[in-house]
Write a protein that binds this ligand. Structure first.
Ligand code: NAP
Length: 312
């Protein structure tokens, strides 16, 4: 395991395998990744462990046969290079869906209702008491949410918006979806951006979605609209977002992820109209346990000679 996972997960892995847990919490270095491929039969990597083509190429006689990624997002692993090296890759879909959708709702509410700004006011001792026109935000009820990437998490967010807040749902994704709630599919990302009150990003990271939200898309958004990103940081061109927030071209933003994570630009920290969370999309013990147990299940299946339940 490239990081300490919850004790229940380590116990499950220890039941079946000779387990080594790297005690550090930060990403693996290049040398550590190469050593992991060289010295272990299976590896549980996670976010930030950049298993690039170069890393695989540097270990031509890898002992490792499977990377059971901890997390649904696997854009940090070059899966083509892994395949070429004969190394299988799995992820943890489903286990993360509801928790990440809840985080999107947290950000939507905090951004629309100016909760971060209000909290800072109280903590600064600057709150002078309730009055009728103080900190007026945007009411979510009856508004339209636009989902970019209507997959598992996108649908869980949309359902919460529809069922819980009486919001209208619109979306953009490459293929139309069969949905259990009313939703309209926009013909383009820009058309979606220009027609919603809250734009929520729920696509995977990677080359295809890099800077999907750029200055042009931000310019298409309505001036009162909020952008919520629980996907991956580099889906948004961060410099363009900072500009849009500074100039008031959009109403606000709620971010769980950052382009150059964990670095968060000072310009963002200085802005009142942005909510900044430290990538806590799935940060609940039982969720992290479910994710870890799913990684272990994939390892067990692999070494039992069975198909990976969550191959990517
Ligand atoms: P998923 O079920 O695969 O959904 C992703 C959706 O994105 C798919 O339905 C796909 O729909 C759409 N999509 C892919 N490329 C697109 C593109 N270029 N343009 C428009 N839509 C596109 O994955 P998920 O389980 O919902 O997870 C989504 C992502 O959330 C993960 O990959 C991960 O990066 C991120 N995540 C973040 C956190 C966090 O802690 N903040 C936690 C969990 C997951 P089509 O095939 O129809 O295009």
């Amino acid at each position: 395991m490239s990081r300490p996972l919850p004790e229940r997960v380590q116990a499950a892995a220890r039941d079946r395998f000779d387990l080594t847990v790297r005690p550090e919490t930060g990403p693996l270095s290049t040398e550590e990744m190469q050593a992991a491929l060289r010295d272990f039969d299976g590896v549980v990597p996670t976010l930030g462990d950049l298993f690039s083509a170069e890393v695989f190429a540097a270990v031509p006689d890898a002992r490792c046969r499977v990377l059971a990624n901890f997390g649904v997002g696997y854009n940090h692993i070059d899966t083509d290079a892994a395949r070429t090296a004969g190394i299988a890759v799995s992820n943890t879909p489903g286990a993360v869906t509801d928790a990440t959708a809840d985080t999107a709702m947290t950000l939507m509410l905090m951004s629309a209702r100016r909760a971060g700004e209000g909290e800072r006011l109280v903590r600064a001792g600057a709150w002078e008491g309730w009055h009728p026109t103080q900190l007026l935000g945007m009411h979510l009820g009856g508004k339209t949410v636009g989902i970019v990437g209507m997959g598992r998490i996108g649908q869980a967010i949309a359902r919460r918006c529809h069922d819980g807040f009486g919001m209208k749902v619109a979306y953009h994704s490459r293929s139309p979806k069969e949905l259990s709630f009313p939703a309209s599919r926009a013909e383009s990302l820009k058309a979606l951006a220009g027609s919603v009150d809250v734009l929520v990003l729920a696509v995977p990271g990677g080359a295809e979605t890099h800077h999907l939200i750029n200055a042009e898309v931000l310019a298409a958004m309505r001036p009162h609209a909020h952008l919520i990103n629980i996907a991956r940081g580099n889906v948004v061109e961060e410099a363009a977002l900072i500009d849009a927030l500074q100039t008031g071209r959009i109403g606000g933003a709620g971010l769980d992820v950052y382009e150059f994570e964990p670095s968060v630009p000072e310009a963002l920290k200085r802005l009142e109209n942005v909510v900044l969370l430290p990538h806590i999309g799935t940060a609940a013990l039982e969720v992290r346990e479910d994710m870890g147990l799913m990684s272990v299940d994939n390892l067990v299946a692999f070494f039992d000679g069975k198909p990976l339940p969550n191959a990517v």
